[in-house]
Design a protein around this ligand. Structure first.
Ligand code: GLU
Length: 429
């Protein structure tokens, strides 16, 4: 791996400068020598095109008003509208959204979707807000975003702590302003509003499609793998189900309340049933209780990171006992941890490839909405499988050819796609 030009990192403007943006930036600088793009083009890709800070006043159920900080960052609109999720989380910052927007650009380019990257969020604790408060928050946030979103400009989607209902409120708010239904303004909507079949399952299913293909290439069939899954939400929960469906053993899973471990394998369907009734895995009566930190260090073949960023770090990477790490979340492995895992021969399936199933079916959803023509679940699953396999193969080949990590190869493939478009369009005016 080429050295990082530290000098290039000193110029990060204060507004973006967070550990996560630094991580995205270092990854970019490490991949750049292999991408061989013009320096002026690289410079344009270092920073987002636009970042907006918003104050969202919301009337709470007790009659008081709170103002929540919120953000939307659009990294690159070269290939098409910007695309990316909206998260409700106490730790969201402008710089975090910037990093996530950068990764969305690479993710979309890698999958050859006609989009650039965006990400937004509201800094709040969604667990402390009622459904009515979340609705008012979402509607006011959407109103504040009106000048910069649109089906041809920037298309939001779910991310951490947002879901189909959040998207329905966003779609309704936008449509009421326009005076007619605009389903193509968001993706990840309820099916009843023009959402796509298989969108809900797409990210988790995509994680398993990529993992299965990697296992094939490594000569270790997925059906024989012992897997640990961090996160039991929309990504980890679905990935665990898909792994079991492929014959793999899921020996541990976790959510924010902690983890459950059973060497002989867990009954994932029963755990979903439990979570549906109780809201979390806490108190689940079978298996052994473990902490999230312990879960990451369990000996296994495949470790799926589907919780959040910054999970495998310089502190715990030396104790990860998996053979293959699949990043279902965005940015779960720090730059230092990446190096430690590589030295130990642990293969990392990078986020921009591995969790791209979500945005890929978002693209299918948008296309269906624009065409007012809808596909079957099997058609969508097959189209997703084809796109994930194609992206995986391009990444795998380049990694082999250049002897670089799958992360670097994914970035190189993606950076080249965006750079070619920038070169062809030229600089305005
Ligand atoms: N939030 C998801 C991601 O990080 C999905 C984004 C989308 O569908 O636009 O990829």
């Amino acid at each position: 791996m080429a050295g990082i030009e530290e000098a290039r990192l000193e110029d990060v403007p204060l507004e973006w400068d967070t550990p996560l943006f630094h991580q995205a930036r270092v990854q970019f600088e490490q991949a750049l020598p292999y991408a061989a793009i013009a320096p002026a083009v690289a410079e344009r890709l270092r920073y987002p095109e636009r970042g907006v800070m918003i104050s969202v006043p919301v009337r709470l159920d007790d009659g008081s008003t709170t103002v929540f900080p919120a953000y939307r960052v659009q990294h690159s609109s070269v290939l098409g509208p910007t695309k990316g999720g909206v998260r409700y989380d106490p730790e969201v910052t402008l710089g975090e959204c910037a990093a996530l927007a950068v990764w969305m650009t690479w993710k979309c380019a890698l999958l050859r979707l006609p989009y650039g990257g965006a990400k937004g969020g509201v800094r709040c604790n969604p667990k402390e807000l009622s459904s009515a408060e979340l609705q008012r928050l979402t509607r006011r946030f959407t109103s504040e975003l009106l000048p910069i979103i649109g089906p041809q400009e920037d298309i939001p989607a779910p991310d951490m702590a947002t879901n189909e209902q959040t998207m329905a409120w966003m779609m309704d708010t936008y449509s009421m302003q326009k005076g007619y239904a605009v389903p193509e303004i968001v993706t990840g909507k309820p099916i009843a509003l023009g959402g796509s079949l298989f969108r809900h399952e797409a990210t988790g299913a995509g994680v398993v499609m990529v993992t299965e293909r990697a296992c094939e290439r490594l000569g270790t069939p997925l059906a024989e793998q012992r897997c640990v899954v961090q996160g039991f939400g929309n990504v980890g929960g679905i990935a665990a189900t898909e792994l079991v469906a492929k014959g793999a053993t899921v020996l541990a899973v976790s959510d924010v309340s902690g983890g459950v471990h059973a060497e002989e394998g867990l009954d994932v369907a029963a755990m979903h049933e439990w979570v549906r009734g109780r809201g979390s895995l806490a108190e689940y009566p079978h298996g052994d209780k473990i902490s999230n930190a312990e879960l990451l260090e369990l000996p296994c073949d495949v470790l799926v990171l589907a919780a959040r960023e910054d999970q495998v770090t310089a502190e715990n990477a030396a104790r990860v006992e998996a053979r293959l790490v699949a990043e279902g979340a965005n940015g779960p492995t720090t730059v230092e941890a990446d190096e430690i895992l590589a030295e130990r021969g642990i293969v990392v399936l990078p986020d921009i490839l591995t969790n791209a199933g979500g945005v890929t079916v978002s693209y299918f959803e948008w296309v269906q909405d624009l065409g007012r023509l809808f596909w079957t679940r099997d058609e969508i699953r097959a189209k997703l499988a084809e796109k994930m396999a194609d992206a995986f193969d391009r990444v795998w080949e380049l990694a082999r050819e250049r002897e670089i990590s799958l992360r670097a190869a994914s970035l190189v493939v993606a950076i080249r796609e965006v750079a070619a478009a920038i070169e062809a369009r030229g600089l305005y005016p």
